[in-house]
Structure formats: structure tokens, C-alpha cells
Design a protein around this ligand. Structure first.
Ligand SMILES: Cc1cc2nc3c(=O)[nH]c(=O)nc-3n(C[C@H](O)[C@H](O)[C@H](O)COP(=O)(O)OP(=O)(O)OC[C@H]3O[C@@H](n4cnc5c(N)ncnc54)[C@H](O)[C@@H]3O)c2cc1C
Length: 335
């Protein structure tokens, strides 16, 4: 079924708590609905929204906001070691993680408690504690907003990288994702390399997907704001990646600066850079840097999108001035 609304309030559809509205809001239940919506003519100014947990609305949205309610979860293939799980794009991400852990399947446990929905996970390549959604995604099904055709992207075609995919590059704005298929393990293949995750999980008993999930949830609760208390969109900035030469020059000036070698260059810690610019727990009006995590900007109540955006610009500018490093916003700014 297709549901259409006008002047639709988006306050319950974005975790930053922006009290804005969409000129038109359309929800759909199945792939056929999406094809019908596109065939009838889709507004050129449109956005597909999931849980709105990585968006910052600057104003009321004058176009169409589309939202998936495709909720089915099906095992489509299975052998002794693994299975393929096809999941509707409207399923809440953490419900999927909880469901897979309950079933005794492995792979998603490190990604526990990330807000949002399954469709967006394939766009964003959500990641935490050493695992990214793209490691587990086998294929992504979508409907083209150009001609309503069905499209299927293999893992390789999705071109996953740090918080990015083809859906944020060449295919940006061209598809409405309907299903994401994940390959999950039936045998122990836990990823426990990140920070103190292994110790916390072992403190809970035997190493199991359930205990890893519980450990991740415990660690996250101590570091990230509860979006019911303060509006936020998680990490506002990405960790910048710089050339080896630039990293060496910075290392000379700031020997204590954390640096991580990656395939594309040297990754720096945005949190460290922001902290060193004196932003720790700073607040301007209704916006501030979260006390336990400098990467997270919070809306203390009543902030407008522009206030949050201007605050983020000040943070970027001070990091540029002090370190000569450009911070890139992870949060998608919607106008
Ligand atoms: C407290 C907090 C903690 C967070 N922690 C993490 C973390 O640990 N790791 C991490 O990676 N992220 C994290 N995030 C960010 C966020 O949860 C993820 O980016 C998540 O994937 C966004 O999902 P969403 O459904 O809310 O997407 P939205 O914010 O609604 O949309 C994100 C993007 O996906 C697109 N999109 C959504 N659904 C579809 C669809 N069906 N078809 C096509 N495009 C679509 C949107 O157009 C937009 O471009 C955190 C956010 C918060 C608030």
C-alpha cells in the first residue's frame, strides 16, 4: 500500500530533533509500490529517508520524502557454514541485529545499537568495532528513480569503503533500495580486535554473539548520547585521511597524534584533532560537543539546522587553522 501525506512533520523522523516538515511524505510497503510511485512521476527534489539518524535538515523540506516500510526477512540460501538473509529496507537495523543473534547467526553483533534502518546501512556502509555492513552485504536490490526498473547490485558493484558506497557516489539519488541481502555465519568468526571489546565480552561469560552484542551495547551507552535525551546524528565528522608526507609533517609537530595506516593513506583521529582545538564539551547556544565523544555534536534542545551547521563550520575551521587538515562531515545536510 502507498500512503501519501502533505505538510508532514519530520520531528519523529530525524534523530537530531529538527522540528521541520516535508511538503510531501510517501510511505511504501513493497517493491511494486515503489515502481508505481516512480511511474506516476517522482518529484525531482526528493530524498529517501530511513530513521533520519544521519541527516541534518536545515529547513522545511519543499520536495518529497520517501520512506520504506518493506519489512520482510527471509533466508534465501543456506549451507552448513553460512546463510543468505534477504531483508526489507524498512526493517530497523538493530531489530535485524537482535533477530540474527537470537537465531544464533553471526556477523552483525559488532554493529549492535546503531540507529537507523536496513536500506541506509547499504548506502552508508555502517561500521563499528572493526566490522562494516559492506563486509556482510552480498547484494542490494533497488528500483531506479529514472525509469522504475528493478536493479540489483553485487557486493563488488556497491564498492564499499569507509562510510561510503556507490550509492553515495555515481548512483547517488538514483535508486530507492528495497532489499539488502547479508551473508551471515553459522560458525564462530568473531571480530574482537577493536579496543577492549574482547575483554568486556569475556567479562560477560563465554564468547558468543549474544555476549558480544551485550558488550557493544554497554560500551556504546557509555560513549554515545541517547537520542531520546539529546538530538544527535552520531559522529558528525569523518576521520580524515591524509598523505604519508602530510602525516609525517604533522607527526613532527605533534608526536602524540594518533595515526593509522590504511590502503588509501594515513587516517587521523577527528576526535583527537577536535579535542586539541579546545572544543571539548564546548557549547554555543543550543549546540555543543558531546562530553564523552568529541566527534558527536548534540542539540541540547530547540537548535535549528543552521545553528548546528554553523557550529560544525567553526569546528572545521579551527581544525584547518591548527593542523591544515580538512574535516569532512559524515552527516548528510539536507536543504
Ligand atoms: C547515536 C548515534 C550513533 C551512531 N553510531 C553509528 C556507528 O556506530 N556507525 C555508523 O556507521 N553510523 C552511526 N550512526 C549514523 C547512522 O546511524 C547511520 O548512518 C545509519 O545507517 C543511518 O540510517 P538511517 O536509516 O537513519 O538513514 P538516514 O539518516 O535516514 O539516511 C541516510 C542516507 O541513506 C539514504 N537512504 C536511506 N534509506 C534509503 C533507501 N531505502 N534507499 C535509498 N537510500 C536510502 C538517505 O537518502 C541518506 O542518504 C549513528 C547515529 C546516531 C544518532
Amino acid at each position: 500500500m502507498i500512503n501519501r501525506y502533505t505538510q508532514f512533520p519530520l520531528l519523529g523522523h530525524n534523530t537530531f530533533g529538527m522540528d521541520v516538515q516535508a511538503a510531501q511524505f510517501i510511505e511504501f510497503d513493497c517493491e511494486g509500490d515503489v515502481m508505481e510511485i516512480v511511474r506516476e512521476g517522482i518529484d525531482a527534489h526528493h530524498i529517501v529517508i530511513g530513521g533520519g539518524s544521519n541527516l541534518l535538515f536545515l529547513n522545511d523540506y519543499s520536495g518529497t520524502v520517501l520512506h520504506s516500510r518493506i519489512m520482510d526477512i527471509t533466508v534465501v540460501e543456506e549451507d552448513n557454514d553460512s546463510l543468505l538473509l534477504r531483508v526489507g529496507s524498512g526493517v530497523t537495523w538493530d531489530d535485524l541485529v537482535a533477530y540474527s543473534v537470537e537465531k544464533g547467526w553471526q556477523g552483525l553483533e559488532n554493529l549492535s545499537a546503531i540507529p537507523g534502518e536496513v536500506g541506509a546501512s547499504a548506502v552508508q556502509n555502517v561500521g563499528a568495532y572493526g566490522v562494516e555492513a559492506g563486509d556482510l552485504i552480498e547484494r542490494v536490490e533497488a528500483v531506479s528513480v529514472i525509469d522504475a526498473s528493478k536493479r540489483c547490485f553485487s557486493k563488488q558493484q556497491c564498492r564499499y569503503s569507509y562510510r561510503s558506497s556507490i550509492f553515495k557516489q555515481e548512483e547517488k539519488g538514483k535508486n530507492i533500495i528495497t532489499y539488502v541481502t547479508f551473508r551471515l555465519n553459522k560458525t564462530n568468526k568473531f571480530v574482537l580486535t577493536y579496543g577492549n571489546l574482547k575483554d568486556v565480552a569475556m567479562g560477560m561469560g563465554e564468547l558468543s554473539a549474544g555476549n558480544i552484542r551485550a558488550a557493544v551495547m554497554q560500551i556504546r551507552a557509555s560513549k554515545l548520547p541517547d537520542t531520546k535525551e539529546f538530538g544527535s546524528a552520531g559522529s558528525f565528522f569523518m576521520n580524515p585521511v591524509v598523505s604519508r608526507e602530510k602525516a609525517d609533517a604533522l607527526g613532527q609537530l605533534f608526536p602524540e597524534m594518533p595515526q593509522y595506516e590504511t590502503a588509501n593513506g594515513v587516517k587521523l583521529s577527528a576526535a583527537w584533532l577536535i579535542d586539541r582545538c579546545g572544543w571539548k564539551e564546548r557549547r554555543v547556544g543550543n549546540v555543543g560537543v558531546y562530553k564523552h565523544q568529541p566527534l558527536v555534536l548534540v542539540n541540547y534542545g530547540g537548535a535549528t539546522g543552521s545553528e548546528v551547521y554553523d557550529f560544525s563550520t567553526m569546528v572545521c575551521q579551527s581544525v584547518k587553522d591548527k593542523f591544515g587538515v580538512e574535516l569532512v562531515r559524515e552527516v548528510i545536510v539536507v536543504e
